[in-house]
Structures are given as structure tokens and as C-alpha cells.
Ligand binder design. Structure first.
Ligand SMILES: [Zn+2]
Length: 412
């Protein structure tokens, strides 16, 4: 069965119809729609000579046995954010499925074992914790840090995952899945404007940005909006407002990105000065020293602002991850494969996080391919990529797979 990228396109559209609505993709991890998408994927895999199982962290593994137990992994995630796009995460899986089909057709088994993995809850959309399944496999997940995270309905993470066969205290047993992993490939939409601006279909990813993600709470004094003169206020929201403006300058100064994505206030009524205001802060950079400096600057700014506003400030870490540079030789192989299929290539860092970062943390040689995103938009129903570019991306992943197999075979 030769590689057929048009089949991948048809499957992407089928999945969109099955698990999306007028607002976009609804495959939020650990929900019935996610389980439906998984069942659909498993049905496709059941038609191939592969062994498929779910690991203790909820990752779905499909293995095409090769002549050596040494394994080449191809990974993606079928989960999406609410009202998400039709390509983020599932493109990698369905392109990988097509590569598996092609390899499974050969009369002799591949020289190394090929494994397709659907990571559980890459997005962290429901509980605010990204990379659940892949961080369990890398060993970075600490069950006590996540078991009591709650969704908007008050459901605890530990209870939500139990419904899908996951015991949070056993999740890091997923580490054994990486035992024979010798290389990891992940194809993903770029989610940014760089490749479109350059007029290139595909690029090679140098690594993923490190992230500092914190909740910053300012505490002042709630007071009546009519009876409290301006000079007497301890307005907690002033801390958030001023810090939000400050982090934009800090980001530009260090060449990184900083975002305030959420603000909550108490008492949160129209007739009261805000007594407590909490903002989330997400900071990203490819260079560890610059990321640390960006974070330090934000902390200092928050203390200065608190002093000036006569309010208090406290920081709580939500999550952090260091930058992960990808494997130099795999980057070269990906560059060559991209040039062969698309005539040109470009190397770029990844701002968004990906499961590839966790696989890289586990010490597995890793690389990612990006395919151009139209308008640089993702996590939204208008997320899109030209069909001709999607077809090229399947071909490039296929070419890179062959190059990686050859590399793994020669480096025995
Ligand atoms: Zn993704």
C-alpha cells in the first residue's frame, strides 16, 4: 500500500465531523467526545498488524514490531482545546497512521520497531495542566501536584482520569513505554505566522521554549465604591493592571513572550473596590538564562507595584518547564527530508509547548516538523492549513521516518 496523503486529509475531515460542532473541535481530554475520538482511532489501528494498548497514564500506544526492539516513536495528541481547530494534535497522529500503513505493507518487518503514540491530555484545557500523559512517561509528573486540580464544575483531576482507566498514583509507570525508545518524531501545525510569512510549506523545529507559569495574587482592602476616597484605597486590581503593562515591556526587553490570560477579582461586584485580584502569568523563552531574567524582572516589578499601591503580592507556581533543544542529527535529517519534499526548509523555535519537550526531557533524541498555519491561528475553529501543504507534511514525515530508521539501523 503506497503512502496516500489524500487518505489522511479524508480522515482529518471525518474526525472533524465526528467530534466537532459549529464552534470547532470538542475533543477535550477525559471527556466522552475525547473517548469517541480515541475509539475511532483504535478502529483504524485495528485494521493494521499492530499491537495497541493504553498505558497507566492514558497514552495510547500502537506498535509495529520490527527486526529490533529498538523503537522509533511517532507521536501526537487527539485531544483538543474546547472550540478548537481541526488539525492541532491529530494531524501528527493521522499522518503517523498513514506512515504505519505504508511500513506495515512491506513483506519484511522494518529494521526497527515503529510505535505510534497518542499522548493523553496534551492541552491541559480542563485542569490547566498541559502534557499530562507525556510528562508521566518522562517521569516529570508529580501525582500530588495534580490530583486535586479541579475543572470548572469542581471535578477533581484524579476522579476524571479514573473514569478513563487511569490511577493517578500509577501514572508514572508509563515510563516503561520509553524503555527502547531511540528516536521521537512529531509533525505539528506551526500555530504561528513565520512559515506563512516566508512562503514555505514546512520547517524544522530547533526546540521548545521554556515556560514559567504562575498565579500572582494582589491583596488590598475591599471597600465601598462610593464612600472610599481615591487616596484611601488599597485597590488590588491596580496591582494586576500595572503588572500586566509591565510584563509586556519585560518581554520585549528580553526577546521572549509574556501573557496574562486570566484575571479574577473579589468581591467582583460593581460597587466595591477590589480586595483581592489574581492574574495568571505565562512567560516563554528558548534561552534558559533569558527566561530566568524575564521571570526575575516580573517578580521585582510586582513587589515595586505592591509597595506603591499599598497592597500585598504573593506568587504561586502553576507550572514551569525548562527550554528543550532538539537532537542536532535529527534536526539535520528533518532539514534534508523537508528540502527533498518541499524544495526549501527553515529552522525555527517552537513557542507553544508540545509532548516532544517531555520526550526530549526523558533523553530520547527528538525532532519536530512544522507545517505552515494559515494566518498563524490555532486553538480556534478558523485554524487551517492549505490541503496541498497537509499532503506535503505527510510525505515529509514519511521521508523523515525512513531517514531516521536508516540512522537507527546504522548506529546499532
Ligand atoms: Zn498540539
Amino acid at each position: 500500500m503506497p503512502l496516500d496523503p489524500s487518505r489522511t486529509l479524508a480522515e482529518l475531515k471525518d474526525l472533524r465531523t465526528l467530534t466537532g460542532d459549529a464552534n470547532g473541535a470538542q475533543r477535550v481530554a477525559f471527556t466522552p467526545t475525547w473517548a469517541k475520538a480515541r475509539a475511532w482511532l483504535r478502529e483504524k489501528l485495528s485494521q493494521l498488524p499492530v499491537e495497541t494498548h493504553q498505558d497507566p497514564a492514558g497514552n495510547l500506544w500502537s506498535t509495529l514490531k520490527g527486526q529490533s526492539p529498538k523503537s522509533l516513536l511517532i507521536g501526537g495528541h487527539i485531544d483538543s482545546v474546547p472550540d478548537g481547530g481541526w488539525l492541532d494534535g491529530c494531524l501528527n497522529l493521522l499522518a503517523g497512521l498513514e506512515v504505519l500503513r505504508r511500513l506495515a505493507e512491506s513483506p519484511t518487518p522494518p529494521p526497527v520497531t515503529i510505535r505510534l503514540v497518542d499522548w493523553a491530555d496534551e492541552e491541559g484545557a480542563r485542569f490547566g495542566r498541559s502534557l499530562f500523559g507525556s510528562s508521566a512517561a518522562s517521569g516529570a509528573l508529580v501525582p500530588d501536584d495534580v490530583r486535586n486540580l479541579t475543572d470548572k464544575q469542581g471535578v477533581k483531576l484524579a476522579d476524571a482520569v479514573r473514569e478513563h482507566g487511569i490511577d493517578i498514583d500509577r501514572a508514572t509507570d508509563a515510563r516503561m513505554e520509553l524503555e527502547n525508545a531511540a528516536a521521537y518524531l512529531e509533525l505539528h501545525i506551526e500555530q504561528g505566522p513565520v512559515l506563512e510569512t516566508l512562503g514555505l510549506p514546512m520547517g524544522v523545529v530547533l526546540g521548545t521554549f521554556g515556560v514559567e507559569r504562575h498565579a500572582v495574587t494582589f491583596t488590598g482592602q475591599a471597600a465601598h465604591s462610593g464612600s472610599t476616597p481615591m487616596a484611601h484605597r488599597k485597590d488590588a486590581l491596580a496591582g494586576v493592571s500595572r503588572l500586566h503593562l509591565a510584563i509586556r515591556e519585560i518581554a520585549v526587553k528580553h526577546g521572549g513572550v509574556c501573557t496574562v490570560g486570566s484575571v479574577t477579582t473579589k468581591p467582583g461586584i460593581v460597587t466595591a473596590v477590589v480586595g483581592e485580584a489574581t492574574m495568571t502569568l505565562d512567560q516563554r523563552h528558548l534561552d534558559p538564562a533569558a527566561l530566568a531574567a524575564m521571570h526575575q524582572d516580573a517578580r521585582e516589578a510586582s513587589q515595586r507595584i505592591a509597595l506603591e499601591e499599598k497592597i500585598d503580592v504573593s506568587w504561586k507556581t502553576i507550572w514551569r518547564i525548562q527550554p528543550f533543544p532538539f537532537h542536532p542529527h535529527l534536526i539535520d535529517l528533518a532539514d534534508t527530508a523537508t528540502r527533498e519534499i518541499c524544495e526549501a526548509s527553515h529552522r525555527l523555535p517552537s513557542g507553544p509547548l508540545h509532548d516532544a519537550a517531555e520526550v526530549c526531557r526523558a533523553g530520547v533524541p527528538t525532532v519536530m516538523l512544522f507545517v505552515q498555519s494559515l494566518r498563524g491561528i490555532s486553538h480556534n475553529k478558523i485554524e487551517d492549513t492549505k490541503e496541498e501543504h497537509l499532503a506535503l507534511s505527510v510525505q515529509t514525515l514519511d521521508r523523515l521516518t525512513d531517514a531516521a530508521i536508516a540512522w537507527l539501523t546504522s548506529s546499532t
